[in-house]
Design a protein around this ligand. Structure first.
Ligand SMILES: [Zn+2]
Length: 806
């Protein structure tokens, strides 16, 4: 067939296909009697049939698709919280005959070429994802009506998958127990919002799973999911280059047509659009301010604290040349938090304490933040109140309850609001900031800075800093200052060079969170420039508060057993600072240095600092420090009905009775996990090889054994604690020796030290020493099958489940 004829045949076939499938009705006919709501994509709701129709008048036009979880599960570890944002995805409707496909184009593989064929080569090389297919129900000219009921009734947020991933069982969406909800299905000029009540069911709930804590019937979990179709922002936004030193979340993609010699990987920062009214003025009002709205659901006095804390950011925007650019208000009556035009600060309840977070709807093409969404966990403030109670033992007969406790909580809430809003401005954590002499960043995790007053009493008045930090101003200047295009790169670099000259720099999660991380200044929940000094200081504070700790730590009339709950945060007060100090051992100082920026690249921590840290960290294994006084133990009865132990309680080997030895053991376990962390021990060997003065792994093991197995014998309960900590120490040491993922050199040294300890213990008549010698023997004979005893673990520290997004 000649080419032209072939083309003709194809066109004819296409015509036939289209004609054959053309729906008979017009949109008006089809939607007669339905509830019509105009908006970004017009909606028609057939209440009788429970069907929702969408009118599409734009094809091949990108928009943003977002899912959310407006009604959550309320269980932190499962992680399906009220208000949780899904991923913002660029999508478009494409028509193929009778079908309308919702297509998600590939945003990670892009082309900056102007040549159409070069662009097509990139597009055709990588897959797209078609998210859904719709059937045309009616059409008028270019307008098409589709039945979107099943699309909006699907599990867009991935609830079933999350339940499976968190080992809660296999749940399936039950269509008979699911429906569209009219109350939160709304239409706005820039966004179409549809909500559904969805029920996930199983015949076999996992016994005693986390769901039973938060759901009336574990066979059936009903939540709400919300899906949004959102107009992408108007053109005119200028993406800003990412710099690893600047403290922003990156938006990354590959430009496969970038010229040879230019990077293929492109990194932008995520930030809001903010423009000066007068770009030539040093300080100008914005064309349009950034406004954040606080949820009415937050009660007073917390609501006001949220507003006050979030407002601190105005100080940073002023440093970036903007006046009146950042505002925070309580959400006005009638305004809908679902409206894409509102940046929201939401108040969220969960059955256990957990992370708060700041998430954003981001245009993945440019990094432009379209909406900030802060989720604040309501139990955080209560946890701080508990810490204050443990420190002050405040309920003294005849005395008023000190206002310092509520003040501490509110100052923490202000800081937390600023922190989470910071994320929604594009900022990542700066865990180095608490070591800066200029004061911390709100983007660090703060530990209350507890001091002693002139009378040696606990003072909480400096617990949390007020106002935005110096680093935060640097970061906002980098992200939001306006420069002429010709000098932008130079001007941005100058901001970071100035920060560097003041000793301000950025180190984030991956360098601070792991137990084995090496940075001496990037820690979570720490204070001060020298972690070991601060650990020494906090141990003194802990001793003072423990000395003062009594039944006055709980309210009159509270069950005596709940005194244990208040004891937990005080007994483990040193846990984070211990972690900070431990990172100096085998530690490495470094920056996210660029070639030519004159920053520190790497420096092994000095032998003196490492030894100070080693000494301070090992002091947390001291039985004298870990043994609770008899006067307190007498006041800790077993739990009464309705007040059971939870995971926030200390472990116990003594059944219902409080177990001071297991409590001590659990505190020691936190320290030992740090000392014998595999990558730390491997670094000790290598740094000692590079610098002879640097402490070796042998030295660490020796120092630990001197403080435990080789320490002078205690008596009474302190002896029981000592023996238990010794056993825990040995198990950690042998676990390191049996760990095949660590270096052969580490295992060889552990083996040699264990053999020597075994020989030293062999002649003892003390039962725990005889047992230890036998354990060492077992390890030496069969290291490959040796199973270390499971550690006695402390109650969780950080908001539970260590995978905070932000
Ligand atoms: Zn955070």
């Amino acid at each position: 067939m000649p080419r032209k004829a072939l083309l003709h045949a194809a066109v004819a076939l296409a015509t036939v296909l289209c004609t054959a499938s053309l729906p008979a009705e017009t949109i008006a006919q089809k939607t007669t009697g339905m509830h019509h709501v105009d908006g970004y994509f017009p909606l028609d709701y057939d209440a009788k049939a429970g069907k929702l129709y969408l009118t599409i008048d734009r094809f091949n036009t990108d928009f943003l698709y977002l899912d959310q979880l407006p009604y959550g599960l309320g269980q932190n570890d499962i992680g399906l919280d009220r208000g949780q944002l899904g991923e913002g995805r660029v999508v478009r409707f494409e028509r193929f005959g009778p079908k309308i496909l919702l297509v998600r184009p590939n945003q990670t593989a892009r082309s900056s070429a102007t040549d159409a064929a070069e662009r097509a080569a990139v597009t055709q090389s990588f897959a797209e994802s078609v998210l859904w297919g719709f059937k045309v129900e009616a059409e008028d000219g270019k307008k098409v009506l589709i039945d979107a009921t099943d699309f909006f009734l699907r599990d867009a947020h991935g609830v079933a998958e999350q339940l499976r991933l968190t080992k809660q069982g296999t749940y399936k969406l039950d269509a008979t127990r699911s429906a569209l909800t009219e109350d939160n299905t709304k239409n706005f000029p820039l966004n179409t919002e549809v909500e559904a009540i969805l029920t996930f069911t199983t015949d076999e709930p996992v016994p005693h799973n986390l769901i039973t804590e938060v759901t009336p019937d574990a066979h059936s979990i009903t939540v709400r999911e919300h899906q949004s179709l959102i107009a992408l922002p108007e053109p005119g936004y200028q993406p800003r280059a990412f710099d690893p030193r600047a403290g922003y979340f990156p938006v990354s993609y590959r430009d496969y047509t970038s010229p040879l010699g230019s990077p293929i990987d492109v990194h932008l920062i995520s930030r809001h659009r903010l423009q000066k009214k007068d770009p030539s003025a040093a300080i100008s009002d914005p064309v349009k301010p950034l406004i954040y709205y606080v949820d009415h659901g937050a009660p007073e006095p917390i609501r006001t604290a949220l507003v006050e804390g979030a407002r601190w950011w105005n100080q940073a925007f002023e440093a970036a040349g903007f006046r009146n650019a950042f505002r925070v208000e309580v959400l006005p009556e009638g305004a809908d938090p679902m409206d894409i035009r509102y940046n929201m600060i939401q108040w969220v309840h969960r059955s256990t304490r957990g992370w708060s977070y700041g998430a954003s709807v981001v245009d993945p093409r440019t990094g432009e933040i379209i909406k900030g969404q802060v989720t604040l966990g309501s139990l955080r403030g209560r946890q701080d109140y508990l810490i204050a109670e443990s420190l002050l033992s405040p309920y003294v007969e005849g005395k008023p309850i000190p206002s310092a406790m509520q003040e501490m909580v509110l100052s923490r809430i202000r800081q937390l609001a600023a922190h989470e809003v910071g994320h929604t401005l594009g900022l990542a954590h700066n865990f180095a900031a608490s070591s800066f002499p200029q004061g911390a960043s709100v983007m660090d995790y703060p530990h209350p800075y507890i001091t002693l007053d002139a009378n040696n009493q606990i003072d909480l008045s400096h617990a949390y800093a007020t106002g935005i930090g110096e680093w935060d101003k640097v970061a906002i200047r980098y992200g939001y200052s306006q420069f002429p295009a010709s000098s932008e790169a130079r001007d941005l670099n100058a901001i970071l060079a100035e920060a560097q000259s003041k000793g301000l720099y950025f180190i984030t999660d991956e360098d601070a969170r792991p137990l084995g991380s090496a940075h001496p200044h990037a820690h979570l929940w720490d204070n001060g420039a020298d972690p070991a000094d601060e650990l020494d200081r906090i141990l003194k504070i802990r001793a003072t508060a423990l000395n003062n700790f009594s039944a006055n730590a709980i309210r009159p009339g509270a069950p005596m057993a709940t005194l244990e709950d208040t004891l937990v945060p005080l007994y483990l007060l040193h846990r984070y600072q211990t972690e900070a100090a431990a990172k100096e051992i085998g530690g490495l100082d470094y920056r996210y240095a660029l070639r030519g920026d004159d920053q520190l690249t790497t420096a092994i921590i000095s032998p003196e600092q490492q030894r100070h840290a080693l000494h301070s960290v090992i002091s947390t294994l001291d039985p004298a420090m870990l043994t609770l006084p008899e006067s307190l133990l007498k006041n800790l009865p077993p739990r009464p009905p309705a007040y059971p132990r939870t995971r926030e309680s200390f472990p116990a080997n003594t059944g219902l009775a409080f177990d001071p030895v297991a409590a001590a053991d659990s505190a020691a376990d936190l320290t030992l996990a740090l000392l014998f962390e595999p990558s730390r021990t491997a670094r000790l060997i290598e740094y000692h090889a590079r610098e002879a003065n640097s402490p070796s792994l042998d030295e660490l093991i020796d120092a630990t054994l001197v403080a435990t197995w080789k320490a002078p014998r205690q008596s009474g309960l302190a002896l029981a604690v000592q023996q238990s900590v010794e056993t825990e120490t040995l198990e950690h040491l042998l676990a390191l020796g049996a760990n095949t993922t660590t270096s052969a050199e580490v295992r060889a040294i552990v083996r040699a030290r264990a053999a020597k300890l075994g020989a030293d213990l062999a002649s003892s008549t003390e039962p725990n020493r005889i047992a230890a010698a036998a354990r060492i023997d077992e390890f030496l004979k069969h290291p490959e099958t040796f199973k270390p005893a499971p550690p006695i673990e402390a109650p969780p520290g950080m908001p539970i489940g260590n995978d905070e997004i932000q």
